[in-house]
Design a protein around this ligand. Sequence first.
Ligand SMILES: [Zn+2]
Ligand SMILES: [Zn+2]
Ligand SMILES: [Zn+2]
Length: 159
Amino acid sequence: MNKHEALTLLKAKGYKHTDKREDILELFEERDGYLSAREIQTLLKDDYPGLSFDTIYRNLSLFEDLMILEETELDGEKMFQFHCTEHHHHHLICLRCGKTKTIEVCPMKDLSKIDPEFQVTGHKFEVYGYCKTCRKAMNSRESDQEKRSGRAADAVYES
Ligand SMILES: [Zn+2]
Ligand SMILES: [Zn+2]
Ligand SMILES: [Zn+2]
């Protein structure tokens, strides 16, 4: 799913085209990963100062019902991203920026033999962590902090 497909689907289902809806979809296109309603509110606050959390949430729920978006929960917060319509796959999810990466590994291939009497109808498998960009950013912030606390310690030592 992408912005263009989503807009076409909304039109086909008889939903009004609004700049707001298009801008929300644009954010997902730019992110290429998960976004929370709160992040969307923050990102759109300059263009739509009065945009309420409820309005955003209602649109996200609509997009989810129409299979435009899929959701997951990270740290107790609902996150949304464009629904993956390609073949079966799973995601690596960055907890810092929400970006996702497709992995072709499916653990169900090995688990399916565990209980032959249980009829499996679906599964969910997500891998959480930090992407390369975020790891770099986090590392440099850590060393900044070390430098700062190092300087503070020097100052104490000098006096
Ligand atoms: Zn995917
Ligand atoms: Zn990241
Ligand atoms: Zn799978």
